[in-house]
Structure formats: C-alpha cells, structure tokens
Design a protein around this ligand. Structure first.
Ligand SMILES: Nc1ncnc2c1ncn2[C@@H]1O[C@H](COP(=O)(O)OP(=O)(O)OP(=O)(O)O)[C@@H](O)[C@H]1O
Length: 276
C-alpha cells in the first residue's frame, strides 16, 4: 500500500513535468488542459497543456505561423469571433472554465486586457482613450475618472509626457507613446492579466526599451503573457518561456533554462537561430 502511494506520487511528479505544470506553491492565473483549435480543417493548436503563473512574465516564442497569436487570443476568447474556429479541451482562468457558457466573456475581458502589435488608440483625446472602459462600466464621476486617468498613465509610464495635453488627440502621440496609451487603456479597468501580442514589433529601439522596462514594473501587479519574435527580448523580460512549433508546445520552462540548457533539440535549434 505504502509503495503504491509512493509510486502514485512519483507518477504524479513525472506527470507534472510532462504536462508543463508549475510548482505547487505558485498560484496560476491560467491552466490550459489539452487545448486544440482548428480553423476549418486546419489545426492551429495541438494538445496544449500548460499552467501560467501569476505576477510573472510568460513569453510565447516560435517561428511564424506556429500558433502563438492564436494561443493568446484564445485566452480571452478572441478566437471565437472567427466563425470557422472550433476548439476542444479546457482553459481555466483562475479556476473558471472560460469555455463554460455560464462564464461571461465580458467578465473575462474586464480581467484580461490585450495589447496588439500595432498601437490602436481610438480617434479620441488621450483622456477619453483611458476612460473609455471605466465609462462603459458606468463610472461617471469626473473626480474618479480623473484619478483613473492619472493612475493608469502613471502605471503605463506615460503620465509625465502627456499630463499637460490630456485633451489632445491620441493620434498626435508617437508610436511608442500610443502603445503605452493602449497599455494605460487596459490598466484603467484594473485587469488581472495583460496579454501582449508582439507589442514592440512596430516600434523603434528606444520605444521598445521603454515598453520592456514597463513590463518589468507591471509584473509586480499583473500577470503578463507576451508573444514575441525577438528572442533577446524574451530572454531579457520573461520569467517563463514556452516554445511553440507547428501548433504544439515543444518546451516550457524557466526562461534561463530554455535559453541556456534546452531539453529538446528543436528548442536548441530555434533559440540558437538555426531556424525560424
Ligand atoms: N483567421 C484565420 N483563419 C484561418 N487560419 C488562420 C487564421 N488565423 C491564423 N490562421 C492560421 O493558423 C496558424 C497559426 O497562426 P498564428 O497567427 O496563430 O501564428 P503565429 O505563430 O502567431 O504567427 P506569426 O508569428 O507570423 O504572427 C497559421 O497557419 C495561420 O495561417
């Protein structure tokens, strides 16, 4: 009996490794279990099983077309807007099955904000961009909205640059400032998770550095999942890295392990620049 118990524990430990689960003492913001996704007949995600720990930066890397964007869009149910998409498996956000009909997608998206590759501010003032979400949530009090604007822009490291021009159109900002405004817009509704899909790929090196520094600050309060093509960036800013290939997770581990001692030859080939 005793040895059976021991074997079960060992099996479970093995299983934990092979299913990419994170150590027990860490709280997970997401738990993804055997997620498959098809665009019509084409399968874009295959049996993805991984846990994403809270208040860390998780990087998703892999060559073009391997399913990185599809994966993070699935985390706030954006993929279901594509009519031909079919999924199987489970995605739990803080123990809620996000595919469960009773779990509202609106609620999910108030907790999980998304920043896209190209900055996409609304054609409105800087102020109105930030208060857009809070207004939808029924906040009308000017003092409260002013406080949200200041807090969100400070958290997005943009306040000092824009505090004297809040009424000006957001399109007058530089690309990097627009991207930080989009981050501020997400932060205004006090999310739990920030999904970032190649947030710096349209930016110059200085703006990129600012966003990278910002991500390091934001992870103190938020859980961040970032898709990046830039391996140096993944190495610089993430704690955990998942390497995707042809819709599968080849390897998921602490970023330092992925870059210094990958377990799979394909990961090694990719991170050392031999393909992709
Ligand atoms: N809306 C869509 N309809 C049909 N197929 C799609 C759609 N979006 C993505 N795909 C396909 O799904 C696969 C994964 O695409 P995805 O955009 O997730 O990859 P990616 O790793 O993010 O690529 P990239 O690095 O080039 O952005 C690709 O084969 C792509 O052609």
């Amino acid at each position: 009996m005793q040895s059976e118990k021991k074997r079960d524990t060992m099996l479970q430990t093995e299983d934990n490794r092979s299913t990419n689960q994170v150590k027990k003492e860490t709280s997970n913001v997401y738990k993804v279990d055997k997620l498959n996704l098809w665009y019509g007949k084409d399968q874009a995600l295959k049996d993805i099983t991984l846990d994403i720990p809270e208040k860390t930066v998780t990087a998703i890397i892999g060559p073009s077309g391997c399913g990185k964007s599809t994966f993070i869009k699935t985390l706030n149910r954006l993929t279901e807007m594509v009519p031909i998409v079919k999924t199987s498996g489970e995605v739990y956000y803080r123990d809620n099955n996000i595919f469960n009909k009773k779990f509202s997608v609106e609620k999910l998206r108030t907790k999980v904000g998304m920043v896209f590759q190209k900055p996409n501010p609304f054609p409105k003032s800087i102020y109105e961009n930030v208060v857009y979400g809070p207004r939808i949530h029924g906040i009308k009090d000017k003092k409260v909205l002013d406080e949200i604007v200041e807090r969100s822009l400070k958290d997005a490291a943009l306040w000092d640059e824009v505090k004297d021009r809040l009424k000006e159109n957001a399109f007058g900002l530089s690309g990097g400032q627009q991207q930080r405004l989009c981050i501020a817009r997400c932060l205004a509704i006090e999310p739990d998770v920030l999904l970032m899909d190649e947030p710096t790929s349209a930016l110059d090196p200085i703006s990129t550095l600012k966003i990278e520094e910002l991500v390091q600050e934001l992870k103190k309060k938020y859980s961040i999942i970032i898709v990046t093509h830039n391996m140096q960036q993944a190495g610089r800013i993430s704690d955990r890295t998942a390497f995707f290939l042809n819709g599968e997770v080849v390897e998921y581990d602490d970023t330092s392990n992925i870059f210094s001692s990958p377990q799979d030859q394909r990961t090694e080939d990719y991170v050392s620049g031999r393909f992709g």
